[in-house]
Design a protein around this ligand. Structure first.
Ligand SMILES: O=C(O)C1=C[C@@H](OP(=O)(O)O)[C@@H](O)[C@H](O)C1
Ligand SMILES: C=C(OP(=O)(O)O)C(=O)O
Length: 777
């Protein structure tokens, strides 16, 4: 990952063709990495035999640039003629403007035989499709030793004099190897950039150009255009005297090298035009809102943009690439957790995911303004928030858990312009299905790869019975196409499984249905929807196992205080329960009776767990959970607790692995259709750690290790675990490391951000030893 100092590249001689800002900065960064005779502050081969001198050479049509480069100590020599420099070179980096690439490539093809036999060629061009064409024109094909690349870094300055050794540090470099590119060549180009402190990613050439058209080329085009337009309108350039910070920030890049940018727009014409079309449509929408004085529309656009900007910034660690990349290369984050560590302190875990989804949904459908605090700023609930913005709801925030929803009433949503993306969240897709079935317009609900595998017939079938028209993909999987404008009728539905999502979906559809919608649940499930509807002044009745409501009412906005998520808290409850010496308080956790299965189960296992400071906030009970280490024993988990602890089982299995005797779970087949097959995923991980278990179709038996006096010794081994992209599997094995004999490495952890942003920081805060790594293989 960027930031970790890497050794200088193992190249005999590097030739940089084109000694401007980009090429010069590469040379400067290589020098700082310790490459060549001007070895700087880092390693290199100063210990032992230094070997033959490593040189950086440069070719540039401007001899004075070469002289400057030598004077600055960036290069060891250079020439204006390429053929005079290739001899013995092992790596060639083409850093010339995009349109000069074809001619340079042809010259290179003619003299490359003089280079070292294992020579590797790469480039730094900002567009890739056109450069690939130039390569094919020059070489007749893509040579297997040629790896196209693009460092996402630059400056409005140009020329070798502006070289900056830090230009690539913490920046992304995209490589676009072909299927038949020599992997050693790719690895060597990767090593070159990593030595400069960059983080290297890979993608296809076409994808690269589309992404860059939007994230780089379009903003440059707009900056050039704005400055030019204003300058023309004001021949004496008077206006710039009064220009403030906004103008400066927006237009800085209009000072960039004109020739380079002309080349880029010629080379990436089609992708830029497509991006420009989208942009023009957006400006047109905003223009309309300004013209009409439509304050809601303006607020919706500005809020969406402002939120997206902040969201990306926090998500992307101040770089503009990771989101795109992580969306493409789902789950490249890895946790490395050292064995042992402590669990002490007082912490507050983020807001409840189930309640956060519902707060946005009901707030949007209510009349009036709903103020939410404690909202979970995780990717799942943010996706729900974003989906309502796409349907025209003005939403301010989130700012530190505070969100203001300007409700539009049950019939005020507008048709979104595209599909609604709900990320990783089964809850969102199923609840949305119910409320969208009642709208006048058509919608399509899509999700990520994990959600796309999950069953949706459990909601599509009863909704169809109410009169909805819903299409699913094969096997009842997402996407869901929901046809609007269908009158809905209340039904009485006997749920075949204990699912709060199905119940909530039908109650939300019931708001739009004629008559009564009744849902019977085979076992109690979380009742946040019922509680919140009541809080918004909508009558929901319950008798025994059945709840119902009458369609055609109204929701009145009401403040919502989201408690901390007991599902997130459970990871720390288990962490403390299994760690000798642990003493931890989890503040303000929701203890709704339909959610406290984990508390009940841990207590049955012998955990020293107390509820303190219990009170109610906005219709939901909360308490501080105080837990201290106590030896656990295996139990038969009561079936009645299963729906009340459904999301907590991955963590509870780790408690079981640390309990004396066997813990048995049955009646939990629903675990097989969560973000992963959680029974299988946990069984695989437990097997890796060496924990004995027997897997059943609807549960598992886990044989815990006896602790012996003092209980300090390791309970199982370490190893490498695949979380299968499931946030709860990733977090469960993280806490398992507290009692492991060796390090636990967990792959595919990016989705922890769906439910528990900041998990790693909190884990560290209580005393665990762990780090996040970006997989670069
Ligand atoms: O309604 C909800 O908010 C949820 C219900 C549960 O799913 P099921 O309804 O599928 O049991 C749970 O697993 C999920 O994390 C959240
Ligand atoms: C199952 C879960 O969520 P969802 O169904 O919303 O994806 C969960 O968070 O564990």
């Amino acid at each position: 990952m960027a930031g970790i100092v890497k050794p200088p590249p193992d190249e005999r001689r590097i030739l940089i063709v084109g000694l401007g800002l980009i090429g010069g900065s590469l040379a400067a960064a290589l020098r700082v990495s310790g490459y060549g005779r001007h070895a700087g502050r880092h390693h290199n081969d100063d210990a032992g035999d230094p070997g033959p001198a490593k040189h950086i050479l440069a070719c540039d049509p401007d001899a004075s640039e070469i002289a400057r480069g030598i004077e600055m100590g960036l290069i060891d020599g250079g020439d204006t003629r390429l053929e005079a420099l290739v001899e013995g070179v092992s790596l060639v980096v083409l850093a010339v403007p995009v349109l000069a690439m074809e001619a340079v490539m042809a010259q290179l093809a003619a003299c490359l035989d003089r280079a070292a036999p294992d020579v590797v060629v790469t480039d730094v061009g900002s567009t890739k499709v056109a450069i690939r064409q130039a390569v094919v024109a020059a070489f007749g094909r893509m040579p297997t030793n040629l790896v196209l690349g693009h460092p996402i870094a630059g400056s409005e300055k140009s020329g070798v004099a502006a070289s900056d050794a830090g230009l690539y540090a913490h920046h992304k470099v995209i490589l676009t190897p072909e299927d038949d590119t020599d992997p050693t060549a790719t690895a060597r180009v990767r090593a070159l950039w990593e030595a400069c402190g960059a983080e290297v990613l890979e993608m296809g050439v076409a994808r690269h150009d589309q992404v860059l058209a939007r994230t780089s080329h379009l903003p440059h085009l707009l900056a050039f255009s704005l400055v030019d337009t204003l300058a023309r309108q004001d021949e004496r350039l008077e206006i710039f005297r009064y220009a403030a910070g906004g103008f400066r920030d927006f237009t800085r890049i209009a000072g960039s090298d004109p020739v380079m940018w002309r080349d880029i727009f010629i080379a990436n014409r089609d992708a830029v035009l497509a991006a420009l079309d989208d942009f023009e449509a957006g400006v047109e929408r905003l223009r309309g809102a300004v013209e009409r004085g439509d304050s809601d529309a303006m607020l919706a656009i500005f809020d969406r943009a402002s939120h997206a900007r902040h969201y990306f910034e926090s998500l992307l660690n101040q770089t503009s690439y990771q989101a795109e990349y992580q969306m493409q290369q789902h789950g490249k984050l890895r946790y490395r957790v050292s064995p042992g560590g402590g669990v002490t302190g007082r912490i507050r875990v983020p807001g409840d995911k189930s309640i956060s989804h519902r707060s946005i949904m009901l707030g949007a459908l209510a009349e009036g303004v709903t103020e939410i605090k404690g909202f979970l700023e995780g990717e799942d609930s943010l996706a729900t928030l974003q989906a309502f913005r796409e349907m025209g709801v003005a939403i301010e925030g989130p700012h530190q858990g505070r969100v203001t929803v300007h409700g539009v009433g049950l019939h005020g949503l507008k048709a979104p312009s595209g599909s609604l993306y709900v990320g990783n969240a089964g809850t969102a897709m199923r609840l949305f299905a119910g409320l969208l079935a009642g709208q006048a317009f058509d919608t399509e609900l899509i999700g990520d790869a994990s959600l796309t595998k999950r069953p949706m017939n459990r909601v599509a079938e009863p909704l169809r019975a109410m009169g909805a028209a819903i299409d699913t993909a094969e096997g009842g999987r997402p996407p869901l196409h929901i046809h609007g404008g269908r009158p809905l009728k209340g039904i009485t539905y006997n749920m075949p499984m204990a699912s709060a999502q199905v119940k909530s979906c039908l109650l939300l559809a019931g708001l739009y249905a004629e008559g009564e919608t009744r849902v019977r649940e085979p076992a109690p499930t979380r009742d946040h929807t019922e509680r919140m509807l009541q809080g918004f002044g909508y009558a929901v009745h319950r008798e025994g196992d059945t709840c119902w409501l009458q369609g055609g009412g109204r929701l009145a906005a009401a403040p919502i205080d989201v408690p901390s998520d007991i599902s997130s808290a459970t990871f720390f409850l288990v962490a403390a329960a299994i760690t000798p010496g642990a003493d931890l308080v989890l503040e303000h956790v929701g203890i709704n009776p339909t959610r406290i299965g984990a508390i009940n189960i841990l207590t049955l296992m012998g955990a020293d767990l107390r509820l303190e400071n219990a009170h109610e906030v906005g219709g939901e009970p909360v308490a501080d959970l105080h837990i201290r280490y106590a030896p656990l024993k295996g139990i038969d988990i009561p079936v009645s607790q299963v729906p009340l602890a459904i999301d907590e089982f991955p963590a509870l299995f780790i408690a079981a692995a640390n309990a004396e005797g066997t813990t048995r779970l049955r009646g939990a087949e629903e675990l097989r259709v969560k973000e992963s097959d959680r029974l299988q995923a946990m069984a695989n991980g437990l097997a890796t750690l060496g924990v004995k278990h027997v897997l059943h179709q609807d549960g598992i038996d886990i044989v815990g290790r006896s602790s012996g006096p003092g209980g300090e010794s390791a309970r199982y081994g370490g190893g490498r675990i695949d979380s299968l992209g499931d946030h709860r599997i990733a977090m469960a094995f993280t806490i398992a490391a507290l009692r492991a004999g060796d390090e636990i490495i967990i792959d595919d952890c990016a989705n922890v951000a769906t439910s528990f942003p900041g998990f790693i920081d909190l884990a560290r805060r209580v005393g665990m030893i762990l780090e996040e790594q970006q997989e670069v293989s």
